[in-house]
Design a protein around this ligand. Structure first.
Ligand code: DQQ
Length: 646
């Protein structure tokens, strides 16, 4: 087998792809960012005056809530195309209201503002799952489910882009299109496996001529091409067909393979039997013929179809990611399934038995599909890969839309990929993974503003003077003042559990940040903590995002979501937030819980977007320290193939 990993780059120019320097690529603001004092005391004083007038707004300005509309059928009973063709509801039909108005009166300026500046998205049209991420000869490759023809799901091909740093991307020609009997109705999701010598194998699901889901093999036509421009589909595809007892449209999304102690490769394919979600295991030695193991890797009753399974090791005693085949004493395994019925990615941590090919969750009550989610907002069909350069595991995930199909047509595009996240095991809790944006995102940081020990009194909101608030990276720490003395007197609010509207005042919160808010608070997205006293007097914390007031557009989803989050003794309440136009990604307590908000502001856009601190607790004051960076735009353009030899 050729040792491709050691092949040298055939064209040195490719190592110096002509990126524009960022300052030139970034067109706003036109002048260099102004420096701001580190401690903005004057802003705080002004804030105190301002907050008094705004308290009433936060508390009283409660617009009528729009009930989440049906995400399965529209009012004519029409199924979204994805559902009709055997995958999840990936486009939402446009609801028709009683007055016949189906959509907000969007202007072009509003619609163009929604497009992100540093998240990966194609130039136009529909995108969904990330596929086959890998590193090869100096380039990170990302493939993705893509409709080249329209802003809705369908005609699924593999789009392709490359990056040297996971932030700036160059679009390449389509990698694979639906042109064979075994994938004519779609080149669906798949994963890459890199063999020890560097050879790349891709397994993907094809929706065949008869709408049967089958697994196919593809490989680079030329492994020496760093850009992997051409792909060969194996001539004897398909290599796996639905086994006996498995529905013909319930068999999809093969994982990255890993090698077992017997030297054979293992691959998982997602499926279900009745309403039990399952992970089928296959063995192979050559990637062309496969043997189904006579038991599943794992199953969970009542979780329905498992899409886009991911299975990988995490180290319990180091801060490095692990290559997919790694097993050992200080290794646990994460099993993730994208739960088709809920369109959410659920994971659990457990123990893999490589001899018997079984996996057991550490805590059966927190099993896959009933326990933890990667993201309590909008992230689906995620896939991880091992980055051999930085020795880390990186997660890609699809941020799906929560507007309507008509809105997507108006925008001309639908969906973005989340900023890639590094995954680590949380050795402090031992119960969850940690997710953080890859460190390369920090290369986009421009000027910063820092606020220290700002007092946010109960029932107040404090504007932060940071200028443009549409492309941000921020880190905030909150401390409750006098929690111990207050705890003794606070009424138990165990009846108000989970996440609530941010303006609902309880003893210990909500408190946090109002992101993408306009000056009059007609639109805002609160990202917040709320602390609750259990019956036994112990405190528990919720981390939430409230999208109920994110947009004046009635047709988009308005909802509140989040999760209970471990906050250990001695820890402050901390959150890192990335804002990129209509996407907000929030990582609490070092990434123990993550919420991606998909919002569609109509007023809090361009220069009108602001950032606030708020505290809607009834009985506690909170202090906050926060550092906010303005972020540059990433360089995401077509690869100048005509300018380079390859
Ligand atoms: N998307 C693909 C399927 C997968 C689904 C089709 C998950 O392979 O199950 O576009 O979003």
């Amino acid at each position: 087998m050729a040792d491709y990993a050691s092949s040298s780059h055939p064209d040195p120019d490719l190592n110096n792809v002509p990126y524009s320097i960022l300052a030139e690529a970034y067109d706003s603001p036109a002048t260099p960012p102004r420096e701001r004092p580190l401690k903005v005391l004057t802003a705080v004083v002004a804030s105190v005056v301002f907050l008094v007038s705004l308290v009433g707004l936060v508390v009283n300005l409660v617009p009528e809530k729009t009930a989440p509309h049906s995400r399965v059928r529209d009012e004519r009973g029409v199924l979204p195309r994805g559902v009709a063709e055997g995958v999840s509801a990936k486009s939402y039909p446009t609801p028709i209201s009683s007055d016949g108005v189906s959509s907000y009166n969007w202007t072009n300026a509003m619609l163009s503002w929604q497009r992100t500046a540093y998240h990966f998205q194609p130039e136009k049209n529909w995108m969904n799952d990330p596929n086959g991420p890998l590193y090869h000869m100096g380039w990170y490759h990302l493939f993705y489910q893509y409709n080249p023809d329209s802003a809705t799901w369908g005609n699924i091909t593999w789009g392709h882009a490359v990056s040297v740093d996971l932030i700036h991307w160059l679009y390449l020609p389509l990698a694979m299109v639906p042109d064979q009997h075994y994938d004519r109705k779609g080149v669906w999701t798949g994963s890459a496996t890199i063999l020890p010598g560097g050879e790349i194998k891709i397994l993907y699901t094809g929706d065949d001529d008869n709408s049967i889901q089958v697994q196919n093999l593809a490989y680079p036509s030329n492994h020496s091409d760093p850009l992997l421009l051409n792909w060969t589909k194996y001539e004897a595809n398909p290599v796996m067909v639905p086994p006996e007892g498995i529905g013909l449209s319930d068999f999809r999304d093969p994982t990255t393979a890993w090698v077992g102690p017997d030297g054979e490769w293992r691959v998982i394919v997602g499926s279900k039997i009745n309403t039990t979600g399952i992970a089928l295991v296959y063995h192979t030695t050559n990637f062309t013929s496969y043997e189904l193991v006579d038991h599943v890797l794992h199953s969970v009753a009542m979780t329905g179809m498992w899409e886009c399974i991911d299975f990988y090791p995490v180290s319990t005693n180091s801060s490095f990611g692990l290559e997919t085949s790694m097993v050992g004493p200080d290794v646990k395994h994460v099993l993730k399934a994208s739960i088709d019925d809920l369109t959410k990615d659920y994971y659990a941590i457990g123990t893999y038995d490589p001899v018997n090919d079984t996996w057991t969750p550490d805590d059966a009550s927190m099993d896959v599909g009933i326990g933890l989610k990667y993201d309590y907002g909008w992230l689906y069909a995620s896939k991880s890969f091992y980055d051999p350069v930085e020795k880390r595991r990186i997660l890609w995930g699809w941020i799906n839309e929560t507007d309507t199909e008509d809105d997507d047509f108006a925008k001309g595009w639908a969906s973005v990929q989340a900023v890639p996240r590094e995954i680590l095991y949380d050795d402090k809790t031992g119960t969850n993974i940690l997710q953080q944006p890859v460190k390369e995102i920090e290369s986009l940081r421009l000027n910063s503003t820092e606020f220290e020990d700002i007092l946010i009194e109960a029932g107040s909101i404090v504007p932060l003077d940071i200028g443009m608030a549409t492309q941000l990276d921020m880190f905030a720490e909150f401390e409750i003042q006098g929690i111990d003395s207050f705890k003794a007197t606070a009424a138990t609010e165990s009846n108000i559990t989970e996440c609530i509207y941010a303006e609902t005042r309880t003893s210990y919160g909500p408190f946090g940040l109002a992101v993408l808010a306009d000056g009059s608070l007609s639109e805002l997205t609160p990202i917040y903590f709320r602390v609750v006293e259990n019956d036994d007097g112990r405190l528990k914390t919720y981390f939430c995002a409230d999208e109920s007031r994110s947009s004046l557009a009635p047709e988009v989803l308005h909802t509140v979501y989040g999760s209970e989050i471990p906050v250990l003794d001695g820890e402050k309440y901390t959150v890192r937030i990335l804002v990129d136009h209509s996407i907000i990604e929030s990582f609490a307590q070092g990434g123990r819980r993550v919420i991606t908000s998909r919002v569609y502001p109509t007023q809090a856009i361009y220069g009108a977007a602001r950032l606030f601190l708020f505290n809607n607790a009834t009985g506690i004051n909170v202090t906050a320290s926060i550092k906010v960076w303005e972020l540059n735009s990433a360089f995401i353009r077509p690869f100048p193939l005509d300018q380079v030899e390859h």
